[in-house]
Design a protein around this ligand. Structure first.
Ligand code: ADP
Ligand code: MG
Length: 235
């Protein structure tokens, strides 16, 4: 098991947001975490990334307890979070943004092979490498955010609301690249309000509903589930 989250309770101050959440991600899997706006998905991601401390429960990564590790160390171990809203440095060039991603992990290593690798996955970014990130389209900014995450050489990349605000064709293109990243050996946690998209493109899925896990299973089975069809897919 690459990541194992056990019985997590999390909140902000006294306001509890997650109850008893347990999730597993195997090496080389794409796992979907889906749920409506406000369900607690980003809160769970912030906890995995070390930005929030849980009230109780544990997070095991690659056999080691990382529950209260600082976020810097969690990144160094290979868990990289592509945040909701992309969070690029708008006045820096695409390439400068990508290089920032590398500094988070391999300070002393040559970053040229890593840049070559992400430019191969995202030729559009190569074309625009000298442009300011803030001048890119929404889809290109999302590419840049994912590529910056890859520069840190993740073992697990967590992508929060990748599809939000993007046109379907652009999302299709991004998801194909995510699958390619996964085929190259990186586990992916896809966190989405777009339940169809996430379950169509993952091996296993978890449904979070107001802070609790409501369902889990192989994504293909969840897509056939009557309750999921009614509540989340509008079928
Ligand atoms: N910084 C915060 N302080 C207090 N409550 C928060 C904070 N961030 C999020 N919340 C609350 O936690 C709940 C879950 O939010 P969030 O994790 O962002 O959900 P999701 O990502 O599934 O949309 C919401 O009720 C939200 O209002
Ligand atoms: Mg969120």
């Amino acid at each position: 098991m690459l990541l194992e989250i056990r019985d997590l309770d999390v909140g902000y101050g006294d306001i509890q947001v997650l109850w008893d959440v347990s999730i597993k991600i195997e090496e080389k899997q794409i796992v979907a975490l889906v749920g409506s706006n406000g369900a607690g998905k980003s809160t769970l991601l912030r906890t995995i990334s070390g930005l929030l401390s849980p009230y109780k429960g544990s997070i095991i990564f690659d056999g080691e307890d990382i529950t209260n590790c600082p976020s810097k160390e969690i990144v160094a171990r290979g868990i990289i979070h592509v945040p909701e809203g992309r969070r690029l440095f708008p006045d820096m060039s695409v390439e400068e943004n990508l290089i920032m991603g590398a500094f988070r992990r391999k300070k002393s290593k040559d970053i040229t092979p890593a840049l070559d690798n992400v430019y191969e996955l995202f030729p559009r970014l190569k074309e625009r490498r000298n442009q300011k990130a803030g001048s890119l389209s929404g889809g290109e900014q999302q590419m840049c955010a994912i590529a910056r995450g890859l520069m840190g050489d993740p073992r697990l990349i967590i992508i929060d609301e990748m599809s939000l605000g993007l046109a379907p064709l652009i999302v299709d293109n991004l998801i194909e690249i995510v699958k390619e990243i996964n085929e190259q050996g990186t586990a992916v946690l896809l966190v989405e309000q777009d339940v169809q998209l996430a379950l169509d493109n993952s091996h296993y899925g978890y449904v979070l509903s107001t802070g609790r896990l409501a369902m889990e299973g192989p994504s293909k089975e969840l897509l056939q589930n009557k309750e999921i069809k009614e509540v989340y897919l509008g079928l």
